[in-house]
Structures are given as C-alpha cells and as structure tokens.
Design a protein around this ligand. Structure first.
Ligand code: MN
Length: 702
C-alpha cells in the first residue's frame, strides 16, 4: 500500500526538505478535500492522486508538479475554488491544477470533434506550462493501470483515446517508457484476447531465444573488454502493441518479428559510443544501409542514439543501439528527463525541453490558422503522424490516407465503384487534377459519371494498394470484353467474305477449332483475335473446314465506331479522324492501331492482308479525335487568345499548343485540337482562316 511517508522518503533523495513538506501538505489537503469519496475499486479517493504523484516522482519531477498531482482532482471533484488553492499553495500550483482540471473536463465521446477539442485543450495547456501535460499524462497512466474496474464499454473508450491521443503525445515528447505502457495497457483493454496470445507467444519465444541471447551478449561483452571499453549490455524486446502493429500493418509473421535480436549498450560518454560502434562492427559484419547516427542528428522528439544492424553467427540479424546514460534517460523519459538534470528552477529550458516547446508553439500557431477544431486535429495529427494525410469527404467524414495519396486513391478508399467511375475531382470546392497529391485538411469531392472507366494512366500516380489493385482489375476486365467484341467483329467480317457468319457455323466445328487452338471457350479465341495474337483470316479458314484454296470474295471493310476502347488505338504519327481513309494494323498483344491509308509508317505492309485490315468509319462514330494543325501567321499581340477563341467558336477543343517564332514577323503555332470528324475540322479551319494575319494552315500528318 503506497503511503505519503513512503513517497516523502523517495522525494527526499532529490528534493529539499521544505519542498518535500510542501508536497506533504498538498497531500493532506487533498485527503481532506476528497474525504468520503471512493474510487470505483473501493479505495479512498486520495490513493489516486498519491499514485499520480508517485509516477511523477519516478520521473524526478519538481515539487510543484507533485503538488499539482496531489491536488489535480480537487477543483473538479470537490468544488474547492481555484482561488482557495492560490492562497494555500501559490499561483503556480493553482494554475497547474486549473490546467489539469480543464483537460479533465474533456468530453469522452469517441467522435472526432470531441477528440479534436481534447487535442486543442492539451496543446493550449502545454503551451502555458508543459508540466500540466506531464501531470495529465501521469493521471491517465494511473487510470489506465486501474482500468479493470470499469465497465467494458467505458474501458474501451478510454483505451481507444489513450492509443489515439495520449500515446502519440507521449511519443512526441520523447517519453518512450510512458508511451510503451500506454500502448500495452490500451492494447490489452481493446483486445484482451490478442494481447494475451501475443504475451504467451513472447514468453515462449523468450525461452527459446534465451541461449542465443546469452551467447550474443557474452560475445559483445568480451569484445568490449578486448578493446578496453566500458559498457552495459542488455537485451531488448519489442513491446506487445508494437509486435501487434507490425503483424497487422506490415503483415509480418510473429516469428519473423521475433527473429531479430536486439541489444542496447549504454556507455559513459559520446566518444565511447562511436568507439563501441567500431568494436561491434569489427565483431560482426554490419548490414549496409542500416546504420543511423541519431547522436549527430537527433530525432524531432530529441531522441539520441546510434543504431546499427549486424549479421550475427549463422546470419541472425542483431540490432544494436548505443547511447550514453543521459541519452538513455532522455529516450525513456523524454521531456520529463529535463527535470532530472535541472538544478536551478529558473534555468532556461534547453535541449529536449526547448524542442518540445518549439513543437507546442507550432501546434498553437496551426490552431490559430485552422478555422475549427476538426481542421486543427488534422494539423496536429500531421505532426504526430507524419506519414499520413487526413482529408475530408464532402459530408465531413475524415479519411486517413498514406502521404502522397491522390484523389484517385481517395475515390477508391471511399468505394470501389466511386474509384472506377471517377472522372474528375474538386479539392476544397475547386476542380483539380486527379493526380495532385492531397494535403491534410482538404475537402475532396469526387465527380463520377455512369459508364466511366478507370484509366490506365492512373497507375502512374496512385499510392495505395487498394487503388492499384482495383484499377488493374478493372482494366483487365475492360480489355478482355473489348478484345472479345473487336475479335468477334474482325472474325465475322472475314467470314462474311466467305459468305458466312459465326452463327452459321456448327457448334461441333467450333469445338474442334477451339481444341486445335487449345482454348476452352469461344471468348478466349475471340480475345486472341482482338488482341492481334491470331489472324482472323486464318481462324476463319479453319472454321470453314478447309474449303480448299477458294479465295474469299473481297471482304468489306470493318467499321470503326469509336467505342472500341483499349484494344483500338489511333496512330500518333498520322492522327486519323472520322472521314479520313484509314487502314488497321494489328500488332500482337496490343490490338489494332488505326492509321491513315497514306501514312508512311505502314506503307510497306499496307497491302499485306495478314497484317492490315481494311477499315472505314461507322456512320454513327462517336467521340473526339485529336488532330494537329500548323498555323503560320503574322506575329501580333494576344495571338494565342485569338486562336483559342476561334477554335472555341467552332466547338473545337485545344488539347495542346506550342509556338515557334520564325522571325520577328511570322510565328508558327502548333495546335493539337480535338474534333468529331473531318467536317468539324473543316469548320475549325475555316474559322482560323478568317483571322487577320493568318498565312497558312496545314494539317500535320507525319
Ligand atoms: Mn485523476
């Protein structure tokens, strides 16, 4: 049973006698104030503030923090006014208690809004006096340690909040020990079964590993001794929650995680750290690229250490951290370690403390910029979780995405169908490119269109696995159905030349031919034709069952409808548009490419019926087609705007524009415009000709 006397004894090892007495006085004041109140467990209420003060004493916090810890629930739970505390214990302690009370009044709803407010209050409290947050963290830690007496629902709610808010704050303040305890206790409360299972597995693994751990430790110690270096070597284990997260997040097996042997070497001074590093690199081969010097470049939360990974005997990976005792203290207690070394109460904050203050200051600035608490929490979360972005749906729901995610990732995160049918996006109510990386705090709205399809180009910029997989899958399906339909049309066109049709061919004959080509179903064969892997002509001959060498009557051309999709491409060299005489070139695996009949690139193969197909345009051809124009005109002001408005006036769209200055007077403008067909193009050209100063317009067909 902890008692105030026991605590006072411990305090007297690092506090002056009058300070210890002040803490005592605060304790008795609290005992009186909480008189008659009990904790859920049945103990007198004052055991709780005593335990909180004791946690702070472990961190060697100053007497004012300890007094505030003793009194932290007095304003909230007993109706004693802040002014009363001021007159009893002075301004500073009363302020601290008031700060903690304000944090305690937090609304424990799990809603994001409520959490946002919690965050805000914490940040403000921290900015005023960082000790408020340390008292609050200790308060939460004791509550987590005694969580079992609470009902299941309340327990989970507190545990969730601890994992989502308190653990990251402890981490940000460099308080590793506290973070680990928050996480393990929170994990246990949220998932008692999983936590127990991992605990058992760790215990079992510890038994199996014992021998190897001892061997490695021995060899490291021997190595240090040979080099005449002093150091304390200890084995390290990952805490349960981090094992759980690794298993979930990185999908690693338990054994894989436990297969790493981790040690820490604590030494007297920085110089020794580097000498120990040299010694262990001599002992075992270091793994390239794994060495990190956090002594020269500390982490944002002030953490300092050397990290390296070695290949041990039989290739076991050994992770080693090397640091001084002071760094060790910092690594465990973070900002609280500051008080361990502080001798003078008025000494300017330095090191860790200064860095933590810096962070708090940044947080406050963000808060002033952000309009509401939801935006604020997102800004804070960026700082606490730098690898994620937080964006909002138009309805205000928060979505968490990996850093670098785009609107397409967002769309797929909302729903697969939204991703597949997305055509545009608005970021903060403005149209934006789908490829733009999202920033935290943005509101993202996806514009969808029925019948829209995912675009292969998206694969170049999506970040999330979900988006990637679904785009690939959708493209595969789309490509297959488009290939099948093109293949069928190609085959029927050829069969028509023999005065036949797929429907006229007996099922038996089809089966025989399928067997020859080792296909199960006719769709596979048609897909093969559509993709250009098989010649429709040859397949048609097989289907017609060797009707000798009878040459087919000249077959009519295949009509291009403009809706063939991925298996039909328009050649970039000659950019055909409806109305142009065209010819199709089949290339294996890619489907068909449509060229102008006059295109030089296919001049050699144009008359080879195995490679080229006669095509024409269907009457109802759909879509827009790009075509390149070269406009020579006299140089004039606002010439691009003039061109653009002319194209626009003829319902054309400019896709690309480029300009060369021929000389001082003549400019040459390259315009890529999209049109429906030749008639449309003629209309556009006519408009352009009407412009003053235009000398010549030519359509570019490379
Ligand atoms: Mn409390």
């Amino acid at each position: 049973m902890p008692s105030i006397d026991g605590l006072a004894d411990r305090l007297s090892t690092y506090l002056a006698a009058d300070q210890v007495n002040l803490v005592r006085r605060a304790y008795f004041y609290a005992e009186q104030a909480h008189d008659g109140q009990r904790r859920r467990s049945g103990e007198a209420y004052v055991t709780h503030p005593l335990a909180v003060a004791s946690i702070l004493a472990d961190m060697h916090m100053d007497h004012q923090s300890l007094m505030a810890a003793m009194l932290h629930d007095v304003i909230e739970d007993t109706g004693i006014a802040k002014e009363a505390l001021t007159s009893q214990f002075g301004e500073t302690v009363a302020e601290l208690v008031d700060g903690v009370s304000k944090l305690t009044q937090m609304n424990f709803e799990t809603k994001a809004e409520a959490q946002a407010e919690n965050f805000q209050k914490m940040a403000m409290a921290m900015a005023r006096d960082i000790r408020v947050i340390l008292v609050k963290l200790a308060d939460r830690l004791h509550n987590m340690r005694t969580l079992e007496v609470l009902s299941g629902e309340k327990r989970r709610r507190i545990a969730k909040e601890t994992l989502e808010i308190y653990a990251p704050i402890a981490n940000r303040l460099g308080m590793h020990s506290m973070r680990v305890e928050f996480e393990d206790l929170g994990f246990k409360a949220m998932h008692p079964m999983r936590s127990e299972r991992i605990r058992t597995a760790v215990r079992r693994a510890r038994g199996n590993r014992k021998e190897i751990v001892a061997k490695i430790e021995e060899s490291i110690l021997a190595c240090l001794q040979r080099e005449g270096l002093q150091g304390e070597v200890t084995g390290r284990e990952k805490h349960l929650y981090s094992i759980y997260q690794k298993m979930r997040g990185k999908r690693r097996a338990f054994n894989e995680i436990m297969d790493v042997y981790a040690f820490r070497i604590v030494v007297d001074k920085v110089d020794t750290c580097y000498r120990v590093l040299g010694a262990v690199h001599n002992l075992y081969k270091p793994l390239p690229g794994r060495f990190k010097d956090y002594i020269a470049i500390p982490k944002a939360n002030g953490y300092q250490s050397l990290h390296t990974t070695l290949f041990g005997m039989h290739g076991v990976p050994i992770e080693i951290q090397i640091r001084t005792r002071e760094m060790e203290e910092m690594a465990n207690n973070g900002i609280a370690a500051h008080w361990l070394y502080k001798s003078d109460a008025d000494e300017a904050p330095k090191g860790n403390h200064a860095r933590a203050r810096q962070w708090v200051k940044g947080v406050l600035e963000m808060q002033q910029r952000a309009g509401n608490s939801l935006e604020f929490i997102e800004s804070v979360k960026i700082d606490l979780f730098p690898d994620e972005v937080y964006v909002f749906t138009p309805k205000g729901k928060i979505m968490e995405l990996p850093k670098g995610s785009t609107a397409v990732d967002f769309a797929y995160a909302v729903h697969t169908d939204v991703g597949n049918s997305c055509i545009a996006c608005r970021i903060n109510r403005r149209l934006a490119p789908l490829s733009q990386a999202l920033e935290s705090g943005s509101t993202v709205e996806i514009v969808t269109a029925p019948g829209a399809r995912s675009n292969p180009a998206w694969l170049n910029f999506v970040v999330t696995g979900k988006a990637r997989t679904h785009i690939r899958h959708a493209l595969k399906l789309q490509r297959r159905s488009e290939s099948i339909s093109l293949g069928e049309r190609l085959l029927n066109k050829t069969l028509a030349g023999f005065d036949s049709h797929l429907e006229k061919i007996g099922a038996e004959r089809i089966q025989t031919v399928l067997a020859e080509y080792r296909h199960e179903v006719i769709e596979d064969l048609l897909e093969d034709i559509g993709l250009g892997n098989r010649m429709a002509y040859v397949v048609a001959r097989r289907l017609l069952a060797e009707s000798g060498d009878a040459a087919p009557s000249p077959d009519g051309p295949l009509a291009i409808r403009g809706t063939e999709g991925l298996v039909l491409n328009y050649a970039k060299c000659c950019t055909p548009i409806p109305g142009d005489p065209i010819v199709g070139h089949l290339s294996a695996g890619k489907g068909m490419v449509v060229h102008l009949e006059s295109c030089r690139n296919i001049a050699d193969i144009r008359n080879n019926p195995e490679k080229c197909i006669q095509l024409n345009w269907a009457k109802d051809v759909a879509g827009e087609f790009n075509v390149e124009l070269r406009v020579e005109l006299e140089h004039q002001r606002g010439l691009i705007a003039l061109l653009a408005s002319s194209v626009n006036a003829a319902d054309g769209n400019i896709e690309k524009i480029g300009m060369d200055e021929r000389d001082g007077r003549i400019s040459v403008v390259q315009l890529v415009i999209s049109v429906h067909d030749r008639v449309h193009l003629a209309r556009v050209i006519k408009k352009l000709r009407a412009l003053a100063g235009v000398i010549r317009i030519t359509r570019v067909k490379a």
